[in-house]
Design a protein around this ligand. Structure first.
Ligand SMILES: [Zn+2]
Length: 327
């Protein structure tokens, strides 16, 4: 294992570059040109929208406070229902793209690192690094406001058949396998009876600052959904030939071995997708894929389910305003 000198959020990019350099100089150069510190392409490259990493999808964010003031939300059974397996839903019962697009979207939040900021964190990086107290305050706001966390199977049944969801549904997703998702997010979600969706990048498993296979298994065993986020976070739009095997097939197999469950959901690195990716993902058994704030594909909305990055700058009120306006 190479020496670890870079601190988050640069550690991710540094990790790839350092680990690839000896074996694959060309790949390392490529990795260095990509901003691997976060999932979103726009803010990572432009540095714009410091207080809103999903800028183009939203309007202003100065609405009234969302919370009901009721802090005593107990763990709710509605949070924990997994939903039917998509394979049990007959195709004939599933709606077409127009029907799916017509249904109100469920707010889906995307988190990366959950840790306090340091002097070395850039302004742009702080969209992807949420201070621990801020994360806890966001979760408390959701609970106080009566939100119920839902799982991808529930969302799939809702989108395809109109199946009922709990009141005020929200989906909590975590990308990139960061260790603090296990140490901080897991117990915080448990406090409110919430379940999360963890999109794992398999190259990072067991590395310093990332989750181990055992942690991923535990999350899965506890009723959270494990999804794929590729092997090492390369842009799906650039895959050719064996890339599909490296980035998709092998990671899926790894995650299925870890969890003992079928891996059905995918999150695009950087939120980037193209329509050529849909048949590739479908033939590999994925039933839905998650992007970021961009508009959904009008023919294949299930493979472009929108999420917003819950910025580290966002107070609970700002988060709520963005949820209301973006979905
Ligand atoms: Zn990512």
């Amino acid at each position: 294992m190479q020496k670890y000198t870079l601190r988050p959020p640069l550690r991710l990019a540094g990790f790839f570059i350092a680990s690839l350099k000896n074996l694959f100089p060309v790949a390392a150069a490529l990795a260095a040109t990509l901003s691997l510190a976060a999932c979103d392409s726009k803010t990572a490259t432009t540095g714009e929208a410091k207080t809103n990493p999903n800028a183009e999808a939203m309007g202003k964010i100065d609405e009234a406070a969302p919370t009901s003031g009721n802090a005593a939300i107990a763990a709710d059974e509605a949070n924990a229902k997994p939903g039917p397996d998509p394979s049990t839903i007959p195709a004939a019962k599933a709606g077409d793209a127009a029907a799916i697009l017509a249904r109100p979207q469920v707010p889906i939040l995307c988190y990366h690192q959950i840790r306090d900021w340091t002097a070395r964190d850039s302004k742009g990086a702080k969209d992807y690094i949420i201070p621990i107290a801020q994360f806890k305050a966001q979760m408390k706001m959701l609970a106080d406001s009566g939100y119920h966390s839902i799982q991808p199977d529930q969302l799939y049944a809702y989108l395809t058949t109109g199946a009922k969801l709990p009141s005020k549904p929200v989906m909590l997703t975590f990308d990139d396998t960061d260790l603090d998702q296990f140490t901080i997010a897991r117990p915080t979600l448990a406090q409110y009876g919430y379940k999360g969706v963890y999109f794992v990048m398999t190259v990072s498993l067991g590395r310093p600052h990332y989750m181990t296979k055992d942690m991923v298994k535990q999350l899965s065993d506890e009723g959270n959904q494990i999804g794929s986020h590729t092997w090492d976070h390369h842009n799906v739009k650039k895959y050719q030939g064996k890339d599909w095997e490296t980035q998709i097939d092998k990671p899926t197999k790894t995650l299925e071995e870890i969890t003992g469950k079928k891996i059905k959901y995918f999150a695009y690195p950087f939120g980037l997708w193209n329509t050529q990716a849909f048949p590739e993902l479908k033939q590999r058994g994925f039933v839905a894929a998650f992007s970021l704030a961009e508009k959904r594909d009008q023919q294949d909305p299930l493979f472009t389910i929108r999420r917003i990055i819950a910025s580290g700058y966002w107070s609970p009120r700002t988060l709520h305003n963005n949820m209301v306006q973006s979905f």
